[in-house]
Design a protein around this ligand. Structure first.
Ligand code: NAD
Ligand code: IPM
Ligand code: MN
Length: 353
């Protein structure tokens, strides 16, 4: 038996509804592959913030530093400003654990209608999002509060090291796929950081002669992703652009409830974190209707990361076949299945294997 210790942070809203399905799937596939998961659950959330004054306790990250991986639902709730909840939990985890790759695969799955008319069935690409720097920076401030000259300034930080490592990661992934990479920038409008990124893409391209790459402006690129998503293989983007692009791409593939994300620490000197792309969805929280597929797909990515590719594929095949055959769709996909009904069908598909 191989044992893994997983830190669970359900968080807020539907985060708490989609993690139990992911764990049930991990346990079920684990039984078939000799994997034993131990979960330590942390109540770090907006609710904790309201009662204790902090999203997580002092030294919180030291409590999850030695786990094999972190599985997170979602954080954020209307009673706490979003920048407070996210900078109090999610963003520190990504940064302190150097999870500088945010890998977000997009696939149109059988049985999931793409709401985009011209989408073709062979949509299969991955957004590689820079995850620790760029536009998400603490540098800046508010000046002249209350005066007509009031202003807010926010710096974007693109380091050579931080950019090169995400580009190298993206090119390396492209080499194992169809060998096509698109870099998303806005170098016609943002004159310092984005041309620098483009320059580093050219350099990285020279290191990966097998990969054919091109630069596209993010505004034109998003339109192409909507109209013709099957032309993409790997899209690499900065923190903010990758964030926006991944919700857009997830919706093109059916629903943002489907999309998984792996916050990877490629050096493996800290745990990586797996979390669905979606948030806490306060509008549907508590109804038992959330789509748990994003979280279940995260479990599959986590299995892969932990060195169990066959188990990962089994989970993928189980949810893909569930969507394709049964009337298993949750409300976001136009169906009537509840979170639990969908999860049970995936569990059945797993054991049928
Ligand atoms: P959201 O992803 O929570 O919701 C957007 C829309 O998609 C809503 O209509 C919601 O009902 C729907 N949706 C999302 N996930 C779904 C699922 N699994 N099944 C069915 N429908 C689903 O985005 P938002 O409304 O912008 O953010 C809500 C809160 O979540 C905010 O506080 C935000 O900061 C936070 N957030 C957290 C994370 C995270 O922790 N990783 C990610 C994104 C947003
Ligand atoms: C995501 C989320 C977060 C991000 C927010 C909640 C800070 O949107 O994981 O995609 O922008 O990284
Ligand atoms: Mn996002």
């Amino acid at each position: 038996t191989t044992r893994h210790r997983i830190a669970l942070i359900p968080g807020d809203g539907i985060g708490t509804e989609v993690l139990p399905p992911a764990c049930a799937v991990l346990d079920a596939v684990g039984r078939r592959h000799g994997l034993d998961f131990t979960y330590d659950t942390f109540d770090w959330s907006c609710q904790r913030y309201v009662t204790e004054g902090a999203m997580m306790p002092e030294g919180g990250l030291d409590r999850i530093r030695h786990h094999d991986a972190v599985l997170l639902g979602a954080v954020g709730w209307p009673t706490v400003p979003d920048h407070v909840s996210l900078w109090g939990l999610l963003i520190p985890i990504r940064r302190q654990f150097q999870q500088y790759v945010n890998l977000r695969p997009i696939k149109v799955l059988d049985g999931v209608p793409s709401p985009v008319a011209r989408a073709t069935p062979d949509v299969d690409f991955v957004v590689v999002r820079e995850n620790v720097e760029g536009e998400y920076s603490e540098i800046g401030g508010r000046l002249n509060r209350g005066f007509p000259t009031e202003m807010a300034v926010q710096e974007a930080i693109f380091t050579r090291q931080g950019t090169e490592r995400i580009l190298d990661y993206a090119f390396a992934i492209a080499r194992t796929r169809r060998g096509e990479l698109v870099s998303a920038t806005k170098s016609n409008g943002i004159v310092h950081t984005m041309p620098f990124w483009d320059e580093l893409v050219r350099e990285a391209g020279a290191r990966f002669p097998e990969v054919s790459w091109r630069q596209e402006h993010i505004d034109a690129l998003v339109a192409k992703v909507v109209l013709d998503p099957s032309r993409f293989d790997v899209i690499v983007a900065s923190n903010l652009f990758g964030d926006i692009l991944s919700d857009l791409a997830a919706a093109v593939a059916g629903s943002i409830g489907i999309a998984p994300a792996a916050n990877l620490n490629p050096e493996r000197d800290h745990p990586s974190m797996f979390e669905p792309v979606h948030g806490s969805a306060p509008d549907i929280a508590g109804q038992g209707s959330a789509n748990p597929l994003g979280a279940i797909w995260c479990a599959s990515m986590m299995l892969d990361h932990l060195g169990h590719p066959e188990a990962a594929t089994e989970v993928f095949d189980a949810f893909a076949s569930t969507l394709a055959t049964a009337d298993a769709r949750t409300a976001d996909l136009g169906g009537t299945a509840t979170t639990k009904e969908f999860t049970d069908l995936v569990l059945q598909a797993l054991t049928r294997h």
